[in-house]
Design a protein around this ligand. Structure first.
Ligand SMILES: *Cc1c(COP(=O)(O)O)cnc(C)c1O
Length: 396
């Protein structure tokens, strides 16, 4: 099909929930994508922080092909090897003792909210079920997760929302402490806010939240759906803070593009779930597990995280230089390869012009450019991206 035919067919038949760019992509490899006309793009979006090892990483492709030849799906009523192995890998490399598998970030957060409520129901005083979440957060698009998301634009038109949520500004320990009531059972936040604009809290903030949770005997839920799997230069972003959450959610990059999510917890908390309390038909599906095992193993073996930290620092330094040159850049920030540029103007023109020059970047909240490339991006490719941004911003 031609690009035009694909676009027409899609627009006629797919619900209008996405504003799409006028290109149809056909192939990906590493940091590169090609559209149906054979045009090449340097991809700094990576499926929105999903393809952290790059598109179609050979280890992940081989694992999926091999698994597809043998077993694609069985119910969680039975054991499968890759599911056990992935759980072990995640437990070995995190604070957690137990894992629940699902298919997406929203679903992982739903599971976290349910586990927190169940744990509270069994272990705290009656009537403790409320969660405090952050303004400008993002936790997904289901009813519970849009409720947890502290942004009205995601909630508008979908009321009534779920009961039992309240919101405080991110990076504000005083407001958080004040918001705790007799009904609070936990706090849920992203260690770095992603959709909210790549907002990095003060160095002591997460430790402060941990301290508040401990003093009040409530749970700390960390949504690492975007920050996890190496995005910030460590496997999980909480590792920078020297503290640990009680519950953590993962999805996006866990399968390097294969849909998979996970909710992790300590034994103490995980014990609140018994057979029948929660489930997912596809959760822990053999294909997803094979993809995720290959993803996690590759990420831990090949020095990818260390390399990505260096590339991230280089990228940040080049963005800082760009800021000195272009007045429209108000701020640059980021950690690892989760980077952003604040702008004084709308970013959509810049994104469109970059696209025309073969560079894919992402604009969030109107005035923030976000860069979440595959972690394998080279400094030469960063230079290439910076040159395009520089040219596009010229005269703006
Ligand atoms: C993307 C994202 C989600 C939602 O994940 P889906 O797979 O789209 O449901 C939740 N939390 C954070 C922090 C995210 O970035």
């Amino acid at each position: 099909m031609t690009e035009k035919e694909i676009m027409l067919l899609a627009d006629e038949n797919i619900m209008n929930t996405y504003r799409r760019f006028p290109i149809a992509l056909r192939k990906g490899s590493g940091t590169r994508l090609w559209d149906v006309n054979g045009r090449e793009y340097l991809d700094l979006v990576a499926g929105i922080a999903v393809c952290n090892l790059g598109h179609c990483h050979p280890n992940v492709v081989a694992a999926i092909k091999d698994q597809a030849d043998n077993l694609m799906h069985v119910s969680n009523l039975y054991y499968t090897e890759k599911q056990a192995q992935l759980a072990r890998l995640l437990v070995e490399n995190s604070f957690a003792d137990k894992v629940f598998f699902c298919n997406s970030g929203a679903e992982a957060n739903e599971a976290a909210i349910k586990l927190a409520r169940k744990y509270a129901h069994e272990n705290m005083e009656p009537d403790k079920f409320e969660l405090i979440t952050m303004k400008d957060s993002f936790h997904g698009r289901t009813m519970a997760t849009i409720t947890a998301t502290g942004q009205e634009k995601f909630q508008f038109g979908f009321t009534p929302l779920l009961a039992g949520f309240s919101y405080v500004p991110f990076n504000d320990l005083t407001a958080l402490e004040k918001a705790i009531t007799a009904k609070t059972c936990g706090i849920m936040l992203e260690p770095i806010q992603g959709e909210g604009g790549v907002i990095i809290p003060d160095a002591q903030y997460l430790a402060g939240v941990r301290d508040i949770c401990d003093r009040h005997g409530i749970l700390f839920i960390m949504d690492e759906v975007q920050t996890g799997m190496g995005r910030t230069g460590k496997l999980f972003a909480y590792e920078y803070s020297k503290i640990q959450p009680d519950i953590m959610t993962l999805a996006k990059a866990l399968g390097n593009g294969f849909p998979v999510g996970a909710m992790l917890a300590t034994n103490k908390i995980a014990k609140a779930f018994a057979p029948g309390n929660h489930a997912s038909t596809f959760g822990g599906n053999p294909l997803a597990m094979a993809a995720a095992v290959a993803t996690v193993k590759t990420m831990l073996q090949d020095g990818i995280l260390e390399q990505s930290c260096q590339t991230g620092e280089y990228f940040l330094s080049r963005l800082k230089k760009l800021r000195q040159k272009h007045q429209i850049i108000t701020e640059v920030r980021g950690r690892g390869l989760m980077l952003a540029c604040g702008l004084s103007v709308e970013g959509s023109d810049i994104v469109n012009e970059c696209l025309k020059r073969g560079l894919l970047i992402n604009c969030i909240g109107g005035k923030t450019l976000r860069f979440v490339p595959p972690l394998i991006i080279t400094t030469q490719e960063v230079d290439q991206a910076i040159d395009i941004l520089d040219a596009v911003m010229e005269g703006k």
